[in-house]
Write a protein that binds this ligand. Sequence first.
Ligand SMILES: Cc1cc2nc3c(=O)[nH]c(=O)nc-3n(C[C@H](O)[C@H](O)[C@H](O)COP(=O)(O)OP(=O)(O)OC[C@H]3O[C@@H](n4cnc5c(N)ncnc54)[C@H](O)[C@@H]3O)c2cc1C
Length: 388
Amino acid sequence: MAIAPKAASSAVVAGGGIGGLACAVALRRAGLDVTVLEQAPAFEEVGAGLQLTPNATRILREFGLLPALEAVAVAPEALEVRDGQSGRLIASAPYAPATERYDAPFLVAHRADLLRVLADGATALGTRFELDAAVEGVEVSEDMAVALATRDGEPLLVKGDILVGADGVRSVVRAQLGGSATPVFAGRLAYRAICPSKPTPHPVVRLYLGADAHLVTYPVRGGVTTNIVAVVKMDSPVARWSEPGEASTVHAAFAGWCREVRDLLAAAEAYRCWGLYDLDPLPRWGMGRATLLGDAAHAMLPFLAQGAAQAIEDAAILARTLAGADAAEPALRAYETARRPRTARIQKEARTSGGIYHLAGPARLARDAVISLTGSHLLDRYSWLYEG
Ligand SMILES: Cc1cc2nc3c(=O)[nH]c(=O)nc-3n(C[C@H](O)[C@H](O)[C@H](O)COP(=O)(O)OP(=O)(O)OC[C@H]3O[C@@H](n4cnc5c(N)ncnc54)[C@H](O)[C@@H]3O)c2cc1C
């Protein structure tokens, strides 16, 4: 374990999602004492999958966690883009050249598996966890940061040299630090489900495109499960962030789609439905000895599959910046300055991608023609993302 940097020797992390746990791993490796406060009684993730691009898997390798993840993830061979109605292949891009170019794999995993790998990593490094502890307030002074939480109605105070708000898109920490950002509803719902499948020797990520809807499928858990994300248009925001989804609504939305899609949707186990929200890029993330990380800082639409990847990048850069700094506050501002342009660009490009996926009429034909011509080079336009 590294010796604690001069800038800070302890950190409080609010939120034990992918971002908070990646942060715990990174800061422990940099030598800080770390306490994670998580409102849930256990580290749990609902049944859904996650694509992990080389900019994230490279960092997980640096953390020493890639072998554990690879043991439960799937390395797909290609990204296939298909027409949703006919099932026709528009383009196929192999991942192997990109994996070599970016020196790290593309993986698809169950979220619960990634969370478990990060939680085990953080535990092995000596992270302290306060579960069932909902952060309600933050106090930041010149020489300390304090998270004010409650557990079973009882107050719980945790102090550190710095505080990191990794408490998601509806961050309490962000609000406490004066960031009055309101999540922006994208006019879309994502229905997510998993269904049993047989492992195939040639796993692929499939993106089916249609007017006002798209569908992404890929195998997780060694291929014995297929993950489905079905995104549809919805004008009015949903009341809750995530709730049980009606299978009949999903079946109706994709009724005119190809057989393969309909069969997959019919085989799905219970759906959950997410209203898709992002944030406009924030002019400021932190204040004093507190900062933000992950969705709390830069929630983005999932259309570039980057939300978790960016939270993992945040964690690595935060730890690196603290390790090379003499004082906490300038280090936190330097971390934010380093991260804001990249995450803002991804937030913006993810919005654009969402629009492109759902084109209709002649614009849709033009889009498909461009994708078809780009063919196996589809991933090249994201080298700025995957290089990290
Ligand atoms: C449909 C969909 C598909 C996606 N696909 C991908 C993908 O393929 N690849 C990818 O990289 N990303 C993807 N994402 C994005 C990714 O899921 C998120 O960006 C990522 O989970 C953010 O992690 P986080 O830790 O910042 O926030 P969260 O996952 O929201 O975690 C926040 C944690 O903080 C806890 N918490 C909240 N408030 C408090 C409080 N007051 N006190 C204590 N604890 C608190 C919560 O319980 C939770 O555990 C997708 C998202 C969606 C909706």
